[in-house]
Design a protein around this ligand. Sequence first.
Ligand code: ADP
Ligand code: MG
Length: 247
Amino acid sequence: MDSVRVEALTRVYGDGPRAVTALAGIDAAFGRGTFTAVMGPSGSGKSTLLQTAAGLDRPTSGRVFVGDTELSRLSETRLTELRRDRIGFVFQAFNLIGALTVAENIELPLRLSRVKPDQAWIAHVVARVGLGERLHHRPAELSGGQQQRVAIARALATRPDVMFCDEPTGALDTTTAAEVLALLRAVVDEHGQTVVMVTHDPVAASYADRVVVLADGRIVRDLPQPGAARIGELLASLDRRAVAVGG
Ligand code: ADP
Ligand code: MG
């Protein structure tokens, strides 16, 4: 069973001669309990793929399925509910609410959906991300790595079908990034969580089970566990090609 599947997905921004094709026809499926890294040059459509697959943005054409639910058939209200209840999103810039404590940030999605928090699960998530001592602190009192761990706990609170992470370690130092990546790996291995993560970093991508590489809004490589060295070579060759065609 796939957690997420996209079919012939396109996204064109604007129209007329200034239209930009961010996604030029993507077919991909992300199986339950898998960890996929999405890579590719800047502007290749990575964030657009995540945003459309997560129902944060509507595709121009094509279809997105989360489990059995096809998103284009949903009203705005239903789409908002699906995003809140079945999708977790982790951003590079953490996007925590500064006025709320760690505990309040983590429980916010559940409060918004008026679902009674599963306290045993929340306690488990808090322990797993190592924030037990920080529950009543505010985000500004935490390090970047701690803030990202709060964002991951918040994304896990609803036990989503899939967690999308857009450059989750992009603002972190190497050591802290490694902790966050190990945490993502653990939620996949221990809870069968599905994770789709955009990253520029071959080392970060090597934590995943699979690496999908985009160029110009298309999938140009789809590799099982290529390893950091191979990923580095691949990205370098794509960059050389982009330079060669003047893009
Ligand atoms: P990546 O995340 O791989 O760097 P993006 O998905 O952000 O790439 O962008 C893909 C292409 O779509 C780029 O050419 C970008 O400039 C364009 N794009 C992204 N978002 C918008 C937007 N809101 N309006 C217009 N163009 C956009
Ligand atoms: Mg991006």
